[in-house]
Ligand binder design. Structure first.
Ligand code: MSP
Length: 530
């Protein structure tokens, strides 16, 4: 994309029935890396996240805890969900709660318009509902259990808990009207739903035929009232999906320009909720005459012991368990490097610890401290002037140029793991270069002073490029490196460095004052919990 374009990226809004686990933090981190990258590319970037606070699931949790759903939500948002953003270092631009007045007003305006335009009618819903999923279920999405607490009952295949049988008067959204338009959308915009596996599943699902969607409930009242019939509240997913537009001004005449400037968005979601985002949501937008999202990307699951990690199955890991030992940078790096974005990935403490040691501490951290230490010792602490460049030096320049272009192209495809792998070629090549060039030997021979300058300039300039390119992924470590390189004085703040120009050689000013660098990724005494 061209610099200056709007880049609006969202995470799902999370249910406040429970505290966050690493699966939630994973989406936050992926969205944050993309947002930081685009900000550094000069794009008009907006990162939105938040919480989904209505519906039966939250209501039941609050009731079970002897409180009201609003009080419950307030408490969880402040004690758990907003702190998650600090835990994994998210630079979000906005945080929406579905109990915000701006949201409730926007939702009311939206549903009213659909009702006035004939997209909503009253009917009878008879069928199954899983409160865990907050989703209407068909018979083939349920399984009959033979053993355990629910033997003989129909349970949701995801939650392994019994479903409810509903028979209510509901309002329905004429979603079936949009079947062909949706199929045309998937056809004409092949990257609307990604990755391919999720796209194929969505197309199959829509081809089987779309039913109208029940969008109201009347058996409880924790939700946004249906404007023309306050005995009903709006179905929690219909309400929640609208956060993506109400946050940026939909429904508020005073924020019309903002809405037009930001929308449409790129949505990052777990593949289990891709259907809501790639079927229901675009159909809702089509009915309202609004643009469909730019893209819906369904990422994979974090698996523990081969199964989707989940709190309800007691395999949930809290993000702080990892960040307290390894730090937020390592959390960010690990999940985005080790797992191909879009595929499932197994989490293990052993793998995390091995990558921390090999890639972050030995690969990148040591490279940075060794180079800084050598410039301090051999060049009086200032970046030396390069002499003539030889083939080995030019090879590093090429690596940097190629890595920067490849990383940007990978980010454009949301292949975050590929972007990091491309950048890591600089780490590997620079480590090899230093081993071969042996600056410590050159330093002993006054006749090699010019060559020493070239080698150490090449190494520090390589670190400059690494700091800029890795800043979206490991913001804390790269900021320390930037300071140690003395780059701020000559080049300005790290986050202001144009990332698409990161591969252009020779930006670090000769003579920049280098300062000592503490170990970026220190040794960890007990990396794998007992
Ligand atoms: N509130 C809805 C989303 C509404 S968006 C308009 C919801 N909330 S949730 O709290 O259940 O969070 C779901 C998100 O967490 C989904 O994207 C889901 O895929 C993700 N994950 C839950 N467990 C996960 C893993 N084990 N691994 C990766 N992501 C996982 O659904």
């Amino acid at each position: 994309m061209a610099s200056g374009d709007s880049f609006f990226i969202t995470t799902p809004i999370f249910y406040v029935n429970d505290v966050p686990h690493i699966g939630h933090a994973y989406t936050e981190v992926a969205a944050d890396v993309l947002a930081r990258w685009h900000r550094q590319a000069g794009d008009d970037t907006w990162l939105l996240t938040g919480t989904d606070e209505h519906g039966e699931k939250v209501l039941r949790t609050a009731t079970a805890n002897n409180t009201t759903p609003k009080r419950w939500a307030d408490q969880l948002v402040e004690s758990a969900w907003k702190p998650l953003l600090q835990t994994v270092d998210i630079a979000n631009d906005d945080y929406i709660r579905t109990t915000d007045e701006r949201h409730e007003k926007g939702v009311a305006a939206f549903i009213r318009q659909l009702y006035d335009d004939g997209h909503i009618y009253e009917g009878l819903y008879e069928g199954y509902y899983c409160v865990g999923c907050e989703e209407y279920k068909t018979r083939d999405e349920l399984v009959e259990t033979e053993t355990g607490d629910y033997a003989g009952q129909l349970v949701c295949a995801i939650h392994s808990r019994p479903v409810e049988i509903l028979k209510e008067k509901n309002y329905f959204f004429r979603m079936s009207d949009f079947q062909q338009q949706l199929l045309d959308l998937y056809e004409s915009q092949p990257d609307f739903v990604q990755p391919e596996s999720v796209r194929n599943e969505i197309i199959q699902f829509v081809k089987q035929g779309l039913e109208d969607l029940s969008i109201s409930r009347s058996s409880f009242d924790w939700g946004i009232p249906v404007p023309w019939d306050p005995t009903h509240v709006i179905y929690v997913w219909f309400d929640a999906l609208l956060n993506y537009v109400t946050a940026v001004g939909y429904g508020d005449p005073t924020r019309r320009d903002e809405f037009l400037r930001r929308w449409p968005a790129t949505h990052l979601v777990g593949k289990d909720i891709a259907r809501f985002h790639a079927v229901i949501w675009p159909a809702m937008l089509m009915a309202a005459g609004l643009s469909v999202p730019k893209q819906v990307f369904g990422h994979g699951w974090l698996l523990v012991g081969g199964e989707k990690m989940s709190k309800s199955k007691l395999t949930g890991i809290a993000p702080q368990q990892i960040t307290e030992v390894f730090g937020s940078d390592a959390f960010r790096y690990y999940f985005l490097r080790a797992i191909s974005f879009g595929q499932d990935g197994s989490f293990s403490w052993e793998d995390l610890s091995a990558r921390y040691q090999a890639e972050l501490a030995n690969g990148f951290g040591n490279l940075a401290s060794r180079v800084i230490a050598m410039v301090t010792r051999y060049c009086d602490g200032s970046v030396p002037a390069p002499g003539d460049y030889l083939d080995a030096d030019l090879a590093i320049q090429r690596t940097v140029a190629i890595a920067a272009v490849a990383a940007d192209a990978a980010i454009e495809r949301l292949a975050i793991h590929e972007a990091i792998a491309a950048i890591w070629t600089i780490v590997d090549d620079l480590n090899g270069y230093i081993t071969e060039q042996q600056p410590w030997v050159l330093a002993k021979d006054p006749a090699q002073a010019a060559r020493l300058g070239t080698v150490l300039y090449t190494a520090t300039e390589g670190l400059r490029a690494l700091a800029v390119l890795l800043s979206p992924v490991i913001p804390k470590a790269t900021t320390k490196l930037w300071d140690a390189l003395g780059a701020e004085t000559g080049l300005g703040a790290l986050t202001a460095q144009p990332i698409r120009a990161a591969g252009e050689w020779g930006q670090l000013p000769v003579g920049s004052a280098i300062t000592p660098l503490e170990g970026l990724f220190p040794r960890i005494e007990e990396p794998v919990p007992a």
